[in-house]
Design a binder for this molecule. Structure first.
Ligand SMILES: [Mn+2]
Length: 333
């Protein structure tokens, strides 16, 4: 399938995180470096009108590690051949080539990243990019996936690199989107194509500088005072960096209290809210979705984007949900 694209004018649209970047690198290695690569505007899981128009000039468009809306895909397919490589659960679109073992019903344990799916599809041996995508999407948790723990162990032995160093490479790659530098995300693919050695990645000065900036900003907000009511820690921050999940996690770990962080500085018309709790948050996530909010998460965490005029209302819903029942009785509610 990919071989027939060689020599054509193509574009790869990829997620901004390590898995997205590494997925693009694997495709560029196969298709040639004349192929362009773009990431959507950071935070957008869709393409804007301007992007849709600009991408009409390509013969083919490959979407990697992103479930773009079906409407975007159909419109891209009007002028280009469209291929999707992904591991997010999404309906298969019959008109386009869609390599997604998860949507076919295979186990996510076996396909933990888009980079792994692409690398398998290409018939490549295990390599740094395939592995970094997996570590990027799962971090330490991948070590409890028995099959992958042993694949990673073998890879580390053969390439004289430690798991810690793989994680360090992930943090460096992810630092680009976390500081909000979209261009750097896109250029990271080219850097990886030229610096095939882990040492080259670990020594990348601009990315190391990003990490230092992020760390300063995270510390500043973790250390800022927080309001505690009913045993719940609520903190409002204002930062353009994508650090809300890290800030929330650190506060939760240090205070051992359910934590809610509101970031008013990331989107112009919406706030980011992030919750970490000892309580199962799944009902709250369903509630947010039912209200039409963009939200996601898992048992212990929830992230949500709320139009600014609705922040207070949804915050009240969150606090009511988190309040221990005993406290509720005391307050007579
Ligand atoms: Mn991914």
């Amino acid at each position: 399938m990919l071989d027939e694209l060689r020599g054509k004018n193509g574009l790869i649209i990829h997620h901004w995180d390590t898995d997205g970047i590494c997925s693009a690198v694997l495709l560029l290695q196969r298709l040639g470096e004349q192929v362009a690569n773009k990431t959507p505007i950071l935070g957008n899981y869709f393409l804007t009108e301007d992007e849709m128009k600009a991408y009409r000039k390509y013969d083919f468009v490959i979407v990697a590690d992103m479930a773009l809306p079906e409407d975007n895909i159909r419109r891209l397919a009007e002028s280009a051949q469209v291929l999707i490589f992904d591991h997010h659960l999404q309906p298969l679109i019959p008109e386009v080539f869609h390599e997604n073992p998860i949507s076919r019903g295979d186990s996510p344990e076996q396909y933990p990243s888009a980079s792994w799916i692409i690398n398998t599809y290409l018939g490549n041996p295990v390599n740094l990019y395939a592995v970094l995508g997996v570590v990027g999407d799962h971090e330490e948790r991948i070590q409890s996936n028995k099959d992958f723990a042993s694949i990673l162990y073998t890879f580390c032995m053969q390439h004289q690199v430690t798991f810690k160093e793989l994680l360090a490479m992930v943090y460096l790659l992810d630092s680009n989107y976390k500081v909000g530098d979209r261009r750097a995300v896109m250029e990271a693919t080219r850097f990886l194509l030229q610096n095939k050695d882990p040492r080259g990645i670990l020594g990348c000065q601009p990315w190391k500088k990003n990490l230092a900036l992020l760390e300063d900003e995270i510390t500043k907000w973790v250390d800022a005072s927080c309001e505690v009511n009913n045993g719940i820690c609520v903190k409002t921050i204002s930062t353009s960096y994508n650090i809300i999940s890290t800030v929330t996690r650190r506060i939760f770990w240090s205070t051992k209290k359910d934590t809610v962080v509101v970031n008013t500085g990331f989107f112009k018309e919406a706030d980011q809210i992030y919750v970490r709790s000892a309580k199962n948050l799944e009902p709250l996530i369903r509630q947010g979705k039912a209200l039409g909010l963009k939200c996601g998460g898992k048992t212990e965490v929830m992230g949500v984007m709320v139009p600014k005029e609705k922040t207070q209302t949804f915050l009240d819903i969150i606090l009511t949900f988190l309040e221990p029942h005993a406290e509720k009785d005391k307050n007579g509610r």
